[in-house]
Design a protein around this ligand. Structure first.
Ligand SMILES: Nc1ncnc2c1ncn2[C@@H]1O[C@H](COP(=O)(O)OP(=O)(O)OP(=O)(O)O)[C@@H](O)[C@H]1O
Ligand SMILES: [Mg+2]
Length: 376
């Protein structure tokens, strides 16, 4: 579509000589032209064959040019109409344009003018067809997108239901294990050999750990569903609060925490607080081996987004694995070195992305880490 030639003309004029001359001239110019001296025969031809452009005289006996154009466009709405008129009927030509004619040609004919008008009309038709083709493609794409969206929503709901039922079903056997451990301890406690007791304690610890993991999974899955409550957030105030609370828990450590400029944001304050709690807690945790831990927090407002960063001089990590850190239960450090479940960063990513931002990490082994996130 769009590239095919637009050169099939139909000419109607009650003066036979006029029609004949016009047909011959335009055929010489490469158009395919069929001429008629009456509107009736022209309409019959229009219903039978396909034309791109009709040139019609305005004043004809029987059906005039305007009525003819209206009838012609009933047959083929995509037809372009051009009216031909003497100087005396210029006002009627305006009428004809209002009735849907694209252009007009004044009589007596000037070939250059006719060709110019035809070229303009062809260009207009080509644009119309391209436009129609684009609209068609657009509506196809829209339908496809809507279908994909619907499928995604269904998949999402199924996934959530799956997550809910899995964690529900996982909790039940854990409760049974816990209950049975209690029974063993209470009923046979005195008789259990010390080594067996240690094993029982290990089983209990692992069961507790598993229920923590399930809780974390649930927390993450809930995060995707709750609606965001966006409000203006005093980022600096929020970060100072979080740092204060987390620092208080390790008051004995020598910490150098520098909080720079932090542009305010439009975000869900309690979710954003979770992001900072996770990032600051990580910075504190992974600098624990440093004699002098330095943690720098700062930000900047750019045209399209705000950028926030936290940098520490702690254990760092292999930069090739920076992306993995954000996966659930992904940890790069051994649990006996640095405790944790591996959900903090996946929660942070979920929250940042739900706000329309992104989060990423930089690090070097033993040379610290930096985490950056943006908010629109
Ligand atoms: N500041 C940091 N410096 C070095 N490594 C980090 C830092 N922050 C995160 N990591 C690495 O990324 C992993 C994932 O971090 P994440 O916060 O998701 O889990 P976690 O801190 O181990 O456990 P949780 O946050 O669930 O208590 C960490 O185990 C660690 O290997
Ligand atoms: Mg963490």
């Amino acid at each position: 579509m769009g590239s095919e030639a637009i050169n099939r003309l139909l000419v109607v004029d009650d003066e036979a000589a006029q029609v004949e001359a016009l047909c011959r001239t335009l055929e010489d110019e490469g158009y395919s032209v069929v001429g008629f001296t009456g509107a009736g025969a022209a309409l019959t031809a229009l219903s039978a064959g396909s034309f791109d452009i009709v040139l019609t005289d305005l004043t004809m006996p029987g059906m005039d040019g305007i009525a003819f154009l209206n009838a012609a466009r009933q047959i083929d709405p995509e037809l372009a109409g051009i009216v031909m008129t003497g100087h005396g009927t210029l006002a009627t030509a305006v009428e004809a344009m209002k009735a849907g004619a694209l252009d007009y040609i004044l009589k007596p004919f000037d070939l250059r003018v006719i060709l110019r008008v035809l070229a303009r009309t062809q260009a207009m038709l080509r644009l119309r067809r391209e436009n129609a083709a684009l609209l068609e493609r657009l509506s196809q794409r829209t339908v496809e997108l809507e279908t994909a969206n619907r499928e995604l929503r269904v998949a999402n709901r199924e996934l959530e239901a799956f997550g809910d039922s899995v964690s529900h079903d996982l909790r039940a056997p854990l409760r049974t294990i816990d209950g049975l451990l209690n029974v063993v301890q209470e009923d046979f406690g005195a008789g259990v050999a010390p080594e067996a007791r240690r094993h029982l304690e290990a089983i209990a610890a692992q069961a507790t750990r598993m229920s923590e993991l399930i809780e974390d999974m649930l927390r993450l899955s809930r995060l995707g569903r709750e609606p965001l409550q966006k409000r203006p957030v005093d980022m600096r105030g929020l970060v100072q609060e979080v740092v204060g609370e987390l620092h208080a828990a390790e008051a004995a450590r020598a910490l150098d925490i520098r909080i720079g400029e932090l542009p305010p944001a439009q975000a869900d304050p309690s979710l954003l607080r979770q992001v900072w709690v996770n990032l600051v807690a990580n910075a504190l945790k992974f600098t624990r081996r440093r004699e002098q831990a330095v943690i720098e927090i700062g930000g900047a407002a750019h045209a399209a987004h705000k950028l926030y960063s936290i940098r520490d001089n702690g254990a760092g990590f292999d930069p090739r694995r920076a992306e993995r850190l954000f996966g659930i239960f992904q940890r790069l450090h051994a649990a006996k070195e640095f405790e944790g479940t591996g959900v903090g960063l996946s929660i942070a990513r979920r929250i940042v992305e739900r706000h329309g931002g992104s989060i990423w990490a930089e690090g070097e082994p033993d040379r610290g880490a930096a985490f950056h996130f943006t908010l629109p």
